[in-house]
Design a protein around this ligand. Sequence first.
Ligand code: VG1
Ligand code: CO
Length: 542
Amino acid sequence: MSKTVATRPYDDQKPGTSGLRKRVPHFQQPNYAANFIQSIFAAARVEPGSTLVIGGDGRFFNREVIGLAIRMAAANGYGRIVVGRNGILSTPAASNLIRKRGASGGIILSASHNPGGPNGDFGIKYNVSNGGPAPEKVTEAIFRHTRTISEYRIVEDAAPDLSVLGETRLGDATVEIVDPVSDYAALMEELFDFAKLRDLVASGFRLRFDAMHAVTGPYAHEILEKRLGAPAGTVINGEPKEDFGGGHPDPNAVYAAELISEMMGPAAPDFGAASDGDGDRNLIVGRGIVVSPSDSLAVLAANAHLAPAYAKGIAGIARSMPTSGAADRVAEKLKVGIYETPTGWKFFGNLLDAGKVTICGEESAGTGSDHVREKDGLWAVLLWLNILAVRRESVSEIMAAHWREYGRTFYQRHDYEEIDKAAADGLMESLRQRLASMAGQRFGTLVVSEADDFSYKDPVDGSISTGQGVRIVFSGGSRIVFRLSGTGTQGATLRVYIERFEPDPARHGDAPADALAELVRTADVIGEIKARTGREEPDVVT
Ligand code: VG1
Ligand code: CO
């Protein structure tokens, strides 16, 4: 029934911030995907008969790799393989399913916010039994295995039809095709006050959700339109497409411009939101206001108690290092712990499992809680709606009140995409070499108080992650962070994160570009960005 196929290693299968991501043609090389999947199974070392969850964001090449993964799982000792119908599972829904089914792990086929299609991006990510992305010791073991792999195992039979719900036998395993939405929607009903949300919607409150032709379409149709009663048409771009309709499923000002322009216009609904390719990110837009993700994290943490699941309060907050300090001031006021982790959701898993934190977030439009072990786009939308349903204020009123209470942290991230890899490495290396002499240096009115290369010691398992981004802090607390992306597939992407705290309410209405102008200029001086990359401007400002 099953056979062993000889293969040879590839040298470039090192997982990045969130799994292995490459262009589709790269993944289509002989045995490229099979090698990586076999290496996952080798590193996972699961008990025979365990359950594995498989799903993806519906992008081009998903079906082929899902069929392959099912056949390989059946030959590698799994007893039950749970797959979303048509291979669809949003990342948070996959995380939920892993937890709910007591699975030993899950394979998620996605390149998240990266574009899809025959020449777009593809990705494979492994999540462990808590439902969260594999920690670094597992991704390192996967990578080690990819370097020496010589064979993989696969059953000879074809994988079952992914469109038919129910169970079939494949080799010694049972393959179960499940509805991708129902368990997730049930979880959302447990967390939030759906009766109150229905009242809000029935009161004439208007919302718009842009699924960007990605995985959240079916979830948003079911939850927002069917269960909450929002009119048909509330969800736009709600049909998942293999190439995301030619778009870039990244919910930010550049790629969700259609939603944002509607929200800034005269007939704007009360609330707008968008999610990314695999459904774990969220963009929140009020009438006339785009909420910065770092601020959204702070507002959600400060108001979470208004939703049933968090009525008893939160245990703590975790944010990735480049995320602004807005959440820190909320934690201080709530007298709960605040943790600063490297970029990527995998670093939140231990803190959530240990009950040290309830809410986590990243500046890259990811927020989530202990309900799963991934960031969760629709969860953030529903928590916002639950807060709005209780407070009955507009998004801009909520933001203004939040800034009055906590002060405002102006924030921007500047991305320089597909720059020359050697230039990017050189820029970071030069910064690292200058770190020791940086303190005390003056740039215009700014004086450097501290500079370092962020490293993190996990407070639960003691593991250490180094080289996680260069931080330059100025007296007064303003900050510039430089790091290279770990999710790109072409060249290098430089991310420059800039923030400044403003306590004065009279200045809270300033435009972020004005509030941050001196820091932006200084980032170029210190980072030598123009000189080293040849770029005059960032490609994306979020
Ligand atoms: C980016 C974001 C990071 C996020 C990661 C995965 O990583 O900055 O915050 O966790 O994408 O998100 P990087 O290394 O490119 O900066 V997703 O929605 O792609 O799963
Ligand atoms: Co994503």
